[in-house]
Design a protein around this ligand. Sequence first.
Ligand SMILES: *[C@@H]1O[C@H](CO)[C@@H](O)[C@H](O)[C@H]1NC(C)=O
Ligand SMILES: *[C@@H]1O[C@H](CO)[C@@H](O)[C@H](O)[C@H]1NC(C)=O
Ligand SMILES: *[C@@H]1O[C@H](CO)[C@@H](O)[C@H](O)[C@H]1NC(C)=O
Ligand SMILES: *[C@@H]1O[C@H](CO)[C@@H](O)[C@H](O)[C@H]1NC(C)=O
Ligand SMILES: *[C@@H]1O[C@H](CO)[C@@H](O)[C@H](O)[C@H]1NC(C)=O
Ligand SMILES: *[C@@H]1O[C@H](CO)[C@@H](O)[C@H](O)[C@H]1NC(C)=O
Ligand SMILES: *[C@@H]1O[C@H](CO)[C@@H](O)[C@H](O)[C@H]1NC(C)=O
Ligand SMILES: *[C@@H]1O[C@H](CO)[C@@H](O)[C@H](O)[C@H]1NC(C)=O
Length: 520
Amino acid sequence: MDLSTVLLTGALWVSAASCAITPRNFSLSLAPASPISQRHVPQFVSYSFEPAFWTEFFGEPSAPRNLTFTLLNHLHERGARPIIRTGGITMDSMTFDQNQKLSAVRTENGKGGIYRTTIGPAFYEQWDNFPQGTTFVSTLNFGNNSVSIARGLAVASYERQRDKIAYYELGNEPTNYPTSRWQKSTAAYVAQWRNFTSQIDKSVDGDSHGKWWASSATTDVTGLKVRPSDLIPAGINSTGEVGQYSIHSYAFATCDPAREQLATITNILNHTDLARYADQEIYPSAKAALDAGAQWVIGEFNSIACSGKPNVSDTFAQALWTVDVELLYAVRNATSVHLHQGATLAFQSNQQLNTPGDDGTPGFSSYSLLYPIATSKRGEARVLPVFVSQLLVVEALSDGARIAALKTPDGMPADEFAAYAVFGKGGQRVAKLVILNLRARYAGQKNSPGSLSLDIGAHQGATVKRMTAPSVDELDAAKVTWAGQSFRNGAAVGAVSVETLGAGERVSVKDSEAILVTFA
Ligand SMILES: *[C@@H]1O[C@H](CO)[C@@H](O)[C@H](O)[C@H]1NC(C)=O
Ligand SMILES: *[C@@H]1O[C@H](CO)[C@@H](O)[C@H](O)[C@H]1NC(C)=O
Ligand SMILES: *[C@@H]1O[C@H](CO)[C@@H](O)[C@H](O)[C@H]1NC(C)=O
Ligand SMILES: *[C@@H]1O[C@H](CO)[C@@H](O)[C@H](O)[C@H]1NC(C)=O
Ligand SMILES: *[C@@H]1O[C@H](CO)[C@@H](O)[C@H](O)[C@H]1NC(C)=O
Ligand SMILES: *[C@@H]1O[C@H](CO)[C@@H](O)[C@H](O)[C@H]1NC(C)=O
Ligand SMILES: *[C@@H]1O[C@H](CO)[C@@H](O)[C@H](O)[C@H]1NC(C)=O
Ligand SMILES: *[C@@H]1O[C@H](CO)[C@@H](O)[C@H](O)[C@H]1NC(C)=O
């Protein structure tokens, strides 16, 4: 038997086996099972980029990093207008030096620990290379406890890019600061935050007044209580400084071995647990903001804190996770959600799984949309499987959409399914559906892929776009597609593929796949 016969026999065996699998049949009710959200803005899908790695992601003004800008352009072409937060842990040791030629320079110890990130005018000048309509969060260092360092950054951004600054932010994750700073006192934190912000307002002609993000806390259990739900009653906005409330969302982590054990594909795709985290940890702060008539944002989030977990957050599972979590927060009225991009920070934890590259290059976070340059740790520059999730969410929420959760069909395990109805400008009619089949289908699994067959009621000429991959643990973005197209090197590869359903036809969703249905 020659090799081609072996392959052919293998292929026949697989296809015969898949025919033998009958789909699991359910009917999906389109009646909202949650309140219908606010109308979403084109800024909903937004980003946070760790400033220490700014040059790796964006290049210099005269040599922009094409791969990153190509991805942003795909979103702009679809109507999205992401806000870029130049934020993360390293903003809290960032300083501005007007004589520095390069955008961002890290001062490190020999092992990739970052003491300081010095940015020059080019950091702000690079904002002009972003697609037209992009706005930014000007992030200021609170970590050094120095009004002059924070003011230096505010003034540098204001002088160069005042029209592009949507918000200002003072400090990242105050929940992680040394206890000595505010002795676990919310009031002491609020007093110092107001002291700094009021002084900085004066240096930028009042531009920051009413444009501050407040809180930027994590949901870690810490002695200092400064989530929005703590700061609002503590009077953080008593002088009208706050523009929006920001909270950070990381339900999983590889910061220590105990939590690393829990950061599995099955756990990050447990819809029941993702909804539990959103409701228990995030929603009380969201509600406090909404009740005060204020907007709230997820100022920084990703699946697995401490830079992700290889073979989990760099797989197609991360795309399914991102769609579900962004839509959970869309239902709960987040105004924007800033997916974090960065690299391993050696000082974040001395027990973490990830490390920086041995040769001093970054150990890029495996939850990022892309590895923007070649490194010893992550290999060649390329887009990761998660990217397609951004196209799905942008297309689902375009044009002022409102969204509600749908009920898991009776008889189906709630852990492995999520569905959302999207309402268009017109009001009460369901215009689109997002359906996620989160049951894991791994590469090399003996039994062939299962699928759901869903009755979505009467309809005529509905269309379907699929976000799919050969398996949930697929690592190669060339094999991960949105509506038939893949994006491994930035450019779309392949023809757009849109299915049209016959009148009243059921829709099928394979295990580990998501679809966007658009009604005619
Ligand atoms: C599901 O419905 C299809 C037709 O749409 C049918 O062929 C199949 O046998 C049904 N499967 C089950 C498990 O009822
Ligand atoms: C979201 O806002 C809408 C109003 O735009 C409101 O009706 C709904 O209850 C809010 N949802 C949540 C979960 O707070
Ligand atoms: C800011 O604080 C960091 C960490 O505490 C320290 O290493 C750095 O030297 C400080 N930077 C300046 C400019 O004082
Ligand atoms: C800020 O705090 C400093 C040090 O406690 C104090 O001297 C200053 O008056 C305060 N400024 C404002 C505007 O509150
Ligand atoms: C903060 O207070 C000002 C003045 O009362 C108000 O205009 C603004 O909407 C408030 N901001 C938030 C986020 O509630
Ligand atoms: C999914 O998460 C829920 C809520 O945290 C938990 O009760 C359930 O056991 C989890 N399911 C699996 C399969 O681990
Ligand atoms: C990821 O999984 C592959 C097998 O699919 C294995 O060879 C590799 O060592 C794993 N990488 C890590 C970092 O666990
Ligand atoms: C940037 O990437 C796009 C898409 O891959 C390509 O069409 C374009 O030629 C590239 N531009 C430069 C300057 O390399």
